[in-house]
Write a protein that binds this ligand. Structure first.
Ligand SMILES: C[S@@+](CC[C@H](N)C(=O)[O-])C[C@H]1O[C@@H](n2cnc3c(N)ncnc32)[C@H](O)[C@@H]1O
Length: 222
């Protein structure tokens, strides 16, 4: 059974099942080298003062908050399709007392003004989508970016060695191998190019207890 068929909704929740969503922050912090990965993604994004930044699939808002804390003058928007996880993000953002806009939905259905973001950052999200959904989402990301805007991604990538292949099995189970498979087989750069991005580059990877996490960057075409 496909992961999305286990739910009444069409998306796969953060940990594969709605009842696991409240455990997302402690599990990801422990299991996926979260602080290091998210800081590296923010550093890689080279956000300048006053830029507009979209966090696609913001989940509990950890990356969204890190972007805002690192770049207080940036306009920061978090977008996620899951209302349950957005409530957690809303609580964290209110506690932090910072100005972050949260929106519910997919980037295809969000009515963002075309060419209105300098950066789109996204971590651990694309592996939740089938290849067709990845392409549609990335095309929509391309539309909302300025022509010289940039996409920065951290997500599961090709396993660095047989051990990394083995430990990625639980992610295939929880999030669906029809979705994670495209990441693990190295299809993401080709899908980014097909969606209209240029200068698609792998920016390194780290090994985690649940598989290899890879960093990519891509530029909107002028
Ligand atoms: C594993 S969580 C990652 C959350 C956060 N980005 C992080 O790094 O902790 C994946 C998130 O992507 C969201 N998501 C999945 N498909 C989506 C889509 N098509 N559009 C927006 N969000 C999506 C899920 O609801 C979930 O919150």
């Amino acid at each position: 059974m496909e992961a999305s068929q286990r739910h009444s909704h069409s998306f796969v929740p953060a940990l594969g099942f709605d009842w696991l969503t409240p455990l997302y922050d402690p599990l990801v912090r422990l299991a996926l080298r979260e602080d290091e990965v998210k800081q590296r993604l923010v550093d890689q994004s080279r956000i300048a003062p006053g830029m507009s930044v979209l966090d696609l699939g913001c989940g509990t808002g950890t990356l969204t908050l890190l972007v805002k804390r690192s770049h207080p003058t940036a306009r920061v928007v978090g977008l996620d399709v899951d209302p349950q996880i957005l409530e957690i993000a809303r609580g964290k953002i209110a506690a932090a007392g910072v100005d972050i806009e949260l929106r519910r939905g997919t980037v295809e259905e969000a009515d963002f003004v075309p060419a209105s973001f300098d950066r789109v950052v996204t971590s651990l999200v694309l592996h939740h989508m089938t290849s067709e959904e990845k392409l549609a989402a990335l095309r929509a990301v391309r539309e909302v970016l300025y022509p010289d805007g940039e996409l920065h991604v951290a997500d599961f990538g090709p396993p660095a060695n047989p051990l990394m292949w083995l430990v990625s099995l639980p992610v295939r189970f929880f999030d669906g191998s029809d979705r994670v498979g495209g990441n693990l087989s190295g299809q993401l750069p080709a899908i980014m190019r097909e969606a209209g991005f240029a200068e698609v580059e792998e920016r390194g990877s780290v090994m985690t207890p649940f598989g290899t996490l890879t960093f990519w960057s891509a530029k909107g075409k002028r």
